[in-house]
Design a protein around this ligand. Structure first.
Ligand code: FES
Length: 167
């Protein structure tokens, strides 16, 4: 095969693979993201007003999964909760603090299970079963009405940080 032919074939394969990757990302984004959101220059803005109780939403911010969970009235409130319009939300980076797997939410048990080594977190991200050494980490955020702006440190985030409740 000539160099030119090889180049063209390689370029075609790269374009095809790229399209496939974009399609897969789009499909993942759609299945993860039932809330209206906008991502721009390091920030992700999520409208919390349409979140449903006890249904985990997984957003993406700077390549990391972000857990957003609106608590139902029967769920325990926590000092790490973010309160918007009188509703309590748990928001965290969805990576296990043991070795970085993505825990899954179990709505019937209202907790997170990390399948890698059996670690568990409650619906506020606190460890309820080892080996995770610390709670799920709260990402930098700002509240703008019912909009959550991920990537900016607002006053609510600073309060949690000052109280040592971020992780
Ligand atoms: S990575 Fe989650 S328990 Fe080990």
């Amino acid at each position: 095969m000539s160099d030119r032919r090889q180049f063209i074939t390689g370029a075609g394969l790269a374009a095809f693979t790229g399209l496939g990757a974009i399609g897969a990302l789009y499909a993942a984004k759609r299945s993860w993201d039932p809330l209206p959101s906008v991502a721009a220059s390091g920030f992700t803005i999520v409208d919390l007003s349409v979140a449903k109780e006890n249904q985990l939403v997984v957003e993406k911010w700077r390549g990391k999964p972000i857990f957003i969970l609106k608590k139902s009235v029967d769920m325990k409130k926590d000092k790490r909760d973010i309160v918007v319009n009188g509703e309590n939300f748990h928001i965290s980076i969805g990576l296990c603090t043991h070795l970085g797997c993505i825990p899954s939410y179990r709505p019937e048990k209202k907790n997170f299970l990390c399948a890698c080594h059996g670690g568990e977190f409650d619906a506020s991200g606190n460890v309820t079963k080892a080996p995770p050494p610390s709670p799920l980490v709260i990402p930098p955020f700002k509240l703008d009405g019912t909009k959550l702006v991920l990537g900016e440190e607002g006053s609510e985030y600073k309060k949690l940080k000052d109280a040592d409740l971020i992780a």
